[in-house]
Write a protein that binds this ligand. Sequence first.
Ligand code: KG4
Ligand code: ZN
Length: 343
Amino acid sequence: MLLLCIETSCDETAVAVVRDGREILSNLIISQIDIHARFGGVVPELASRQHLQAIGPLVDAALVDAGLTLDDIEGLAVTRGPGLIGALLVGVSYAKALAFALKLPLVGVHHIEGHILAIMLEQPVATPFLALAVSGGHSHLFRVDGVGRYLLLGRTVDDAAGEAFDKVAKMLGLPYPGGPVIDRLAAQGHGAGIRFPRPMLNKPNLDFSFSGLKTSVLTYLETLPSQPDQQTIANIAAAFQEAAVDVLVQKTLRAAEEQNLERLVVAGGVACNSGLRRAFGAAELTSELKVYFPSPPLCSDNAAMLAVAADDYLCRGARSGRALNATSNWPLMDAAGLFTFVR
Ligand code: KG4
Ligand code: ZN
């Protein structure tokens, strides 16, 4: 099926055209980072307005880029949630209007389902597998038994991993989004002299917590006699990243062992992190686990990632009806239960 996919859950307007849930014909993104950066984070109202301006021209551009017209499109996929409600509504309304006007089938896809399955656009991963979804809103471990079949194993009890990177960056006076900046600075720093705690590692469950780690960075900064220089900031970035990565890797390895899973997919914006990629690379050498990372453009928000689940759902006859609405808070385990099926 030739699918047009639309993603507007946060601060990136994204449109893609994908064939059969695997072959990307176009995958375009308009980032709003410059607009939100001066506020130190995403301003929801501004995000919605930017999506409204961007969506129409971006759909046109994605079709041109794929060498197609709307007449060629056979189905539509849109991020239904979770995310910023006003931002989601732009994509959902646009997709519903297109579906109605063109009489095309439409499915609303879970944002994290998109992230977890994005790897399939680059290489097949056999199920079952373990998925670590780490983004600005999620730090979740799932067992994946197939499209629409997800079991939550563990989750953050407070901040998401990406949120912690962004907040710590803000404390250090670094620009938004902080994750990539901390990653870059960490490479120039030496975390050895500073040791931040590894929250929840001593707990037997598979949950994460990043709020205490964030507070430890703040407390450390308050103990410094003067404003930290560039090298000290890089050292703090390195020590923070080391602690966050350590917790993510150790809990994930524990989950793989408990669930007896041999494959791991790491997904979401934080999966771009070079420390995390290195640490899982090292773990792969000393365990039975095969670790899959999508390439960075497919880790961070994009619309092509929606096509993997959407193609599967649509081919099975699943449809989101006219009542499809944006859902800001939506557990992934409910993701596949909301469609009507047609023959
Ligand atoms: O998946 P994503 O693009 O959007 C959400 O669904 O939230 O993830 C964005 C998050 C941000 O918090 C950003 O700082 C973080 O991913 N991120 C990184 C890196 N690149 C993006 N965090 C750590 N290291 C990176 N290289
Ligand atoms: Zn995302």
